[in-house]
Design a protein around this ligand. Structure first.
Ligand SMILES: [Zn+2]
Length: 288
């Protein structure tokens, strides 16, 4: 991976870190652009990976003494729709600078009337309904079949739930997130069908982000904020983009506080299955 630019807010000289970029951060956050501000003095890196550039500059700073990197999933100006996000570059870039634990706050719809807008959920399962998104790093040189029965880090989930409870949320502590391509929202029939399967949350970015993290042996925890009830849940006009953005904006500060709390709660040493995701597998490429 190459660093093509470094912008520092802490008085360090641009380029200073270029030769030791592999150990900059331990925890990564992929989220909305409202998260830049949560990093105390930060450096920003323009990174180039074998899979292209990440969604935007990667910001690196400290939170509660921990080294944290942030990538705005859709780009700072929200230029990438869900199906165009450079998922592989984002995850590869994070791993390349040392990140091993990833938190993924994201906006979702609810498929259950009891989870209204403003509900926080920490899903434990995922259903992929996207098509045409590259969902692996291992495309040549032999098959690499990672385990994905439990797509999220159990320790990350437990810490996220605990942090949410400690900061005044009443989090939904499990649930199945179905990921659709978008960018359009669901029809009522689709939404009713998803709900009938027992799936509780719906989003457009949770896949392939989660599986790419697993393929790099990273911990990955989804922290989902319900912004709307999907089309099938109510008899109203269905979900609109305005509604989603409004509810998300109204909860950004709260969500940011929560993510900071989760970062503080994450253990410094990983004691979960995630680091072993690639044990015994023959990899056709060297991981950063
Ligand atoms: Zn883990």
């Amino acid at each position: 991976m190459r660093v093509t630019r470094c912008i520092s807010s802490a008085g360090t000289r641009p380029g200073r870190y270029i030769d030791r970029v592999s150990d900059l951060a331990d925890i990564g956050v992929i989220g909305g652009s409202g998260f830049y501000e949560f990093l105390e003095s930060r450096d920003e890196f323009e990174l180039e990976t074998p899979y292209g550039r990440p969604s935007d500059l990667v910001a690196v700073g400290k939170i509660g003494g921990k080294r944290v990197a942030f990538v705005p999933r859709h780009g700072r100006d929200h230029r990438f729709p869900p199906h165009k996000i450079p998922y592989r570059a984002n995850l590869w870039a994070l791993r390349s600078i040392g990140v091993r634990q990833v938190l993924a706050p994201n906006a979702v719809g609810s498929l259950t009337p009891s989870y209204g807008p403003g509900t926080l959920a920490v899903p434990d399962q995922l259903v992929n309904r996207t098509t045409g998104r590259t969902q692996t790093f291992y495309e040549a040189g032999g098959a690499v079949h990672v385990q994905f029965a439990d797509p999220y880090c159990p320790v990350g989930r437990a810490r996220a739930i605990r942090a949410a409870q400690a900061t005044g949320w009443e989090p939904v502590t499990s649930g199945t997130l179905v990921v659709i391509d978008g960018p359009r929202f669901s029809t009522r029939a689709e939404s009713r069908w998803y709900a009938a399967q027992g799936w509780t949350l719906i989003g457009m970015t949770g896949h392939p982000e989660a599986v790419l993290a697993r393929e790099l042996a990273l911990c990955y925890t989804s922290i989902a904020l319900v912004t709307d009830t999907d089309a099938g849940v109510e008899e109203g006009d269905g979900v609109t983009q305005d509604e989603v953005f409004r509810v998300f904006a109204a909860n950004t500060a709260r969500l940011r506080e929560l993510v900071i709390r989760v970062i503080e709660e994450l253990p410094p040493e990983r004691d979960c299955p995630c680091p072993h995701a690639l044990d015994g597998l023959k990899l056709p490429l060297a991981l950063p």
